[in-house]
Design a protein around this ligand. Structure first.
Ligand SMILES: C[S@@+](CC[C@H](N)C(=O)[O-])C[C@H]1O[C@@H](n2cnc3c(N)ncnc32)[C@H](O)[C@@H]1O
Length: 267
């Protein structure tokens, strides 16, 4: 094929591979930053014994277990209870009490992975605003993570940064050193499979949205689009919390103001 400039267009095996993955899994890898995603995919494919992407796509088409492992690798499910403690202190001392004045807190954990963030929100809300009616929705594209989140089980490593007092109050210890969320937390958390790139939450559906360590993998345009839609889903006075290394670009255009580091308030 020849382009309008007369230069022969190079065949792009990465693009073909991503289109093939979208057909297999619905995940559109072309909307994630190419540099790091492509490196991760090629390294993983080589480790699995496939030197080239077309060959690896064939393997993924015919081996569902291999596809599961591949998706595990690319969606990056790392999380932790009370991840970034300074954010949770701010939530417990200021944001949750502020939101509780309305009598209810509807929270969304966008990119919830296996639920550590959602259960930390639940514990924080029940501690700081015990009388508010609190509900937490967790959404993640990775079905296996959503299934794990519904189990409400965490390892000792998941809990390594959690305040001991909060763990004792809201989780039950297991013999293997892990922790299970108590029924009070489970009762207010629910988890669904969903793609943040497609999700169109209702306007003002939430008082608190956490979207941390998830959009960092998206291209800048896709990230901005996701932030804009999450901002629309917040009621005036609600908060959007992003990850400790993230920011919303042009917050005013999305009706948000930066009130504290990584914390945006809907105007
Ligand atoms: C690094 S984890 C972040 C978990 C949690 N928010 C935290 O900060 O600890 C990123 C999660 O985003 C999810 N994810 C990636 N792309 C997504 C998409 N398009 N829609 C929904 N979730 C997505 C991944 O499956 C993964 O579980």
């Amino acid at each position: 094929m020849t382009s309008p400039t007369g230069v022969a267009a190079q065949h792009d095996d990465y693009v073909d591979f991503c289109k093939g993955i979208q057909r297999l899994s619905t995940i559109d890898l072309l909307r994630y930053k190419r540099g790091q995603m492509e490196r991760r995919i090629r390294t993983f494919a080589e480790r699995r014994g496939a030197a080239e992407l077309p060959g690896y796509l064939q393997i993924l088409r015919s081996q569902p277990e291999e596809l599961e492992q591949f998706l595990d690798r690319v969606t990056i499910n790392v999380s932790e209870l009370w991840r970034n403690p300074e954010q949770w202190q701010l939530l417990e001392r200021q944001i949750v009490p502020d939101l509780a004045q309305a009598g209810r807190i509807r929270a969304l954990s966008a990119g919830c992975s296996y639920g550590a963030e959602a259960f930390t929100v639940a514990a924080t809300c029940l501690t700081a605003a015990p009388r508010a009616k609190t509900t937490i929705a967790g959404v993640d594209i990775d079905r296996r993570m959503v299934e794990r989140a519904r189990q409400a089980r965490f390892s000792a490593s998941d809990a390594r940064g959690a305040p001991r007092e909060a763990l004792d109050r809201w989780f039950t210890p297991r013999d293997d050193g892990g922790w299970d969320a108590r029924p009070e937390l489970r009762a207010i958390c629910r988890f669904d499979v969903g793609d943040l790139l497609e999700l169109r939450p209702r306007e003002q559906a939430y008082d608190l949205v956490l979207c941390r360590n998830t959009v960092i993998y998206f291209t800048d345009d896709v990230r901005d689009d996701v932030h804009a839609r999450l901002a629309t889903a917040l009621r005036p006075g609600g908060y959007l919390i992003v990850g400790a290394t993230e920011r919303v670009s042009d917050p005013a255009a999305r009706g948000l103001e930066l009130t504290r580091p990584f914390t945006y308030r809907k105007l």
